[in-house]
Design a protein around this ligand. Structure first.
Ligand code: 4AZ
Length: 276
């Protein structure tokens, strides 16, 4: 059984793609990071805070360069996963990526709707640990703001939305099968917040990743079939109209025994997302 950890899984994919592209001095493309399994298409107008992270230089132009998700938490601020801006995922250090953009207001990656906005600054959570994926948050600043009405608030610490059993929805343009079928349109899948014990059991840290309830949140489907996947990383998990998590890692996609692991929003740096 392969117990893959998102960081290393995407790293492996990026490395594979880089190896293929190695003969080129530059401009090789890598594989996008993420998917939604068991979901259905949604209109971006219903969830305008979902954004795509893009670099056509790194990931090619077929799907507008999408490689991760993100969430609009203030007019010019997007939260995403720290591992999304790692050199493992990008294939090169972030500083070498000249065309990092956020695509907002577009459901169809192949369409021309919405806006593409350059990212002018990237901050990593000082508490992020790339080895364990603890505190998997990064904050992007946009070069021009989006409407305040398109933002979403986070659920503060102790909010009922974090309670096991709460219904939640995960959004993304990632793999819909776990076999590399990347979505062209935004999809959403219903999942449930699961008890920490479900992820502690699945991810004890013997081979793959270790689940840490202080900075991570466990969510999925006890029966399998609904989950985030490759390419969904950094995208939102929403419950009761509040942001509670960002897609972070897991073993496989949609397996009953291996829930999805999310970065727990209540553990994000306090000033990074408005809470209520
Ligand atoms: C990934 O590699 C990934 N099933 C994200 C989420 C999950 C697995 C992998 C959870 O980006």
């Amino acid at each position: 059984m392969r117990r893959s950890f998102a960081g290393s899984l995407t790293g492996a994919l990026a490395l594979t793609a880089m190896a293929v592209a190695a003969p080129q001095a530059s401009g090789g493309t890598t594989t996008p990071d993420g998917v939604v399994v068991g979901g259905q298409p949604v209109q971006i107008s219903q969830s305008p805070w979902v954004v795509a992270l893009s670099s056509r230089d790194r990931f090619g132009g077929t799907r507008a360069g999408q490689f991760c998700g993100g969430v609009l938490v203030a007019p010019a601020k997007v939260l995403t996963a720290a591992h999304c801006v790692s050199s493992e995922v990008l294939g090169v250090p972030l500083a070498q990526v000249r065309d990092l953009e956020v695509i907002a207001g577009r459901s169809e990656l192949k369409g021309a709707g919405g806006r593409e906005i350059a990212v002018s600054d990237v901050k990593l959570n000082p508490a992020y640990d790339s080895k364990t994926n603890a505190g998997d948050f990064a904050l992007l600043t946009l070069s021009s703001p989006l409407p305040a009405a398109d933002t979403i608030k986070a659920a503060g610490p102790g909010h009922a939305a974090y309670t096991a059993g709460t219904g939640a929805v995960v959004y993304g343009w990632g793999d819909t099968t776990g076999a590399g079928s990347y979505a062209d349109e935004l999809r959403a899948a219903p999942v449930k917040v699961l008890p920490d014990s479900a992820c502690e059991r699945a991810y004890p840290g013997l081979v793959g990743g270790t689940y840490r309830a202080d900075t991570m949140l466990c969510a999925g489907d006890e029966n399998g079939g609904h989950d985030a996947c490759q390419g969904d990383s950094g995208g939102p998990l929403v419950a009761d109209g509040r942001l509670i998590g960002l897609v972070s890692w897991g073993s496989g996609c949609g397996q009953a025994r291996n829930p999805g692991v999310y970065a727990r929003l209540s553990a994000a740096p306090e000033t990074w997302a408005e809470r209520s």
